[in-house]
Ligand binder design. Structure first.
Ligand SMILES: Nc1ncnc2c1ncn2[C@@H]1O[C@H](COP(=O)(O)OP(=O)(O)OP(=O)(O)O)[C@@H](O)[C@H]1O
Ligand SMILES: [Mg+2]
Length: 537
């Protein structure tokens, strides 16, 4: 919104604000600041919401933005979180003139780092195809705001130099960087810069809508906010995945649309190849590819069970490979498993990765078997149990991979499974009575959601759970009222020790399917028919 074009109409005998009972001073009046002040800096008090490339307020406003909500011990820092919300609830005005001055000062102070961003320093062959490499130089030009964020990070030692792009894409560029740990040891880092001028975000809304962590939703009208939300989502997901011990880049720092993470590559700054480009010697190809396939199934299950996430864009392009190890990257679109479309996304991930491994000649399991393996509530989530379970799945297959007819049947099953409708909430179950009848007749394993029917049906809540649920809802309410997303409200460190998030963490409006379906089926089906959980032994 523009500030008033007429000079401020505040007369000496009138207060410069209107006080409303219970509502404090009306901020709209505060916007009427002298035109000279706004003109001098070409931004209004609402500049943070504009797309002005020269607006740096949110970059220097540290209390508010450079904060993940966690204290040094990884636990939520309640005092800081409270303080972060204060500007929204307080009547205090920013001392506008001083803020502007200090921004100017900071810009000139930070500009001394300009020479440390050397984007022409691209490693030969690092960008994968020649056209892309040629385009890289022009595409990787950084806007003023991004530069300023990087200068600030350099100033704080998060990185000490930023080099050429490792990858330039539609939505983000990834740059190589170096930092000095303990002021001595040189380490490589990767800096992912989301592009703020992109239009393809409308497609991404489906990943955010329905996420309880992003209840405020996406503000489609504001690219900058949208991109910030996206970077935040990647940072939080990375933190959760990393804490669970799944190989991925270590999340290091996030500032608006700039994410600094650990570098997956060698010490000289060469990034590991994508799985698609993995160079596996022919003599060990067969064994290595099947080993990697099994490793990936384990990763998908751990992601789902321990991190409560579905990657939602898992393919040979978003997995890096080194030395028989897979690294999961690009998790900005990953969703919580209670997202209304998470099972659809999971099925897509299974298809894409399965197709890739089939092309490498791996004898893969059917999509349905993998799907069940990933979502089955019982069974191991750690090695070596995971691998053993997969071996059992192979062993219990009725068919042999060398049998042409059996392979054809497998393909048909995959096709059928991919078309099958997956209900995710009770409302979506097409005909609950019919399904219940099938279960009663011992045909429950034909239901695509059978693994959501835990053998432990919903038990009455313990007193503990009641209390925790209230805590969570209080916190949620406070953060929902905030314009920002609920950054920091969710302590990711709890995912380090297995799956402690019980039903209390589920979104209240989108109650988890399994619970709902179970409750109903519990009453209409003999209990002895219920268990369908994946058996590991
Ligand atoms: N931590 C990292 N270490 C090394 N290389 C990385 C790292 N993160 C990303 N890369 C490289 O950058 C490439 C792009 O990263 P990523 O997949 O996260 O971006 P993206 O969202 O797919 O971007 P776009 O969709 O715009 O192409 C990866 O294929 C990988 O080669
Ligand atoms: Mg990618």
């Amino acid at each position: 919104m523009e500030s008033s074009t007429s000079p401020a109409v505040v007369r000496p005998h009138e207060p410069s604000h209107i006080y409303t009972n219970n509502n404090g001073y009306d901020a709209s009046v505060q916007q009427e600041i002298p035109r000279t002040l706004t003109a001098a800096h070409s931004h209004s008090l609402h500049a943070a919401e504009s797309d002005d490339d020269n607006d740096f307020d949110d970059i220097f406003d540290d209390d508010y933005h450079n904060d993940d909500g966690l204290g040094p011990d990884g636990e939520p820092d309640l005092a800081r979180n409270y303080n972060r919300q204060r500007p929204l609830h307080s009547n205090q005005q920013k001392p506008a003139a001083n803020t502007f001055n200090s921004v100017d000062d900071q810009i000139s102070a930070l500009s001394k780092h300009a020479a440390k961003i050397r984007l022409d320093d691209v490693k030969d062959g690092q960008t994968r195809d020649k056209d892309k490499a040629d385009r890289a130089t022009s595409e990787q030009v950084l806007d003023q705001r991004t530069r300023m964020i990087l200068y600030q990070m350099i100033n704080r030692g998060v990185v000490s130099e930023v080099h050429g792009a490792i990858s330039t894409g539609k939505e983000a560029n990834v740059y190589g960087a170096v930092a000095y740990e303990d002021d001595l040891t040189k380490v490589q880092r990767a800096v992912k810069v989301y592009k703020t001028a992109i239009l393809s975000f409308k497609d991404r809304e489906r990943y955010i809508t329905g996420e309880h962590r992003f209840k405020a939703g996406a503000d489609k009208g504001n690219n900058r906010k949208m991109v910030k939300l996206w970077a935040e989502k990647e940072f939080r997901n990375l933190r959760r995945i990393h804490a669970a011990g799944i190989a991925c880049p270590e999340p290091i720092q996030l500032k608006l649309h700039v994410l600094v993470m650990g570098f997956l590559g060698d010490r000289r700054g060469w990034a590991y190849p994508r799985l698609r480009d993995a160079n596996i010697p022919a003599e060990e190809a067969e064994q290595t590819w099947s080993g990697l396939y099994i490793q990936l199934l384990g990763i998908m299950r751990r992601l789902y069970q321990v991190c409560k996430l579905v990657h939602a864009d898992l393919s040979e392009y978003n997995i890096l490979y080194h030395n028989k190890q897979l690294y999961v990257i690009d998790v900005s679109q990953s969703v919580e498993h209670d997202h209304p479309r998470s099972l659809e996304f999971l099925r897509m991930d299974i298809k894409n990765t399965g197709d890739f491994f089939r092309r490498q000649g791996v004898d893969t399991l059917t999509d349905r078997v993998v799907f069940d393996f990933v979502i089955a509530p019982g069974g191991p989530v750690e090695e070596p149990g995971l691998k053993e379970s997969i071996e059992q799945l192979y062993a219990s297959r009725a068919i042999s991979a060398t049998d042409d007819k059996a392979v054809a049947e497998q393909e048909v099953d995959n096709e059928v499974f991919r078309q099958q409708y997956i209900p995710q909430t009770l409302e979506q179950v097409y005909d609950i009575e019919k399904d219940a009848e099938r279960i009663g007749h011992g045909e429950g394993d034909k239901l695509v959601y059978r693994n959501l029917l835990a053998d432990q049906v919903v038990l009455p809540k313990t007193a503990d759970e009641h209390v925790s649920e209230e805590d969570e809802s209080d916190e949620g309410a406070a953060l929902d009222s905030e314009d920002e997303s609920d950054e920091g409200s969710d302590d990711e460190s709890k995912f380090a020790k297995g799956p402690p998030r019980g039903k209390r963490f589920e979104d209240k409006d989108e109650k988890k399917v399994s619970a709902e379906i179970n409750v109903i089926l519990f009453f209409i089906i003999p209990h002895s028919h219920l268990p369908f959980s994946f058996k590991s032994t």
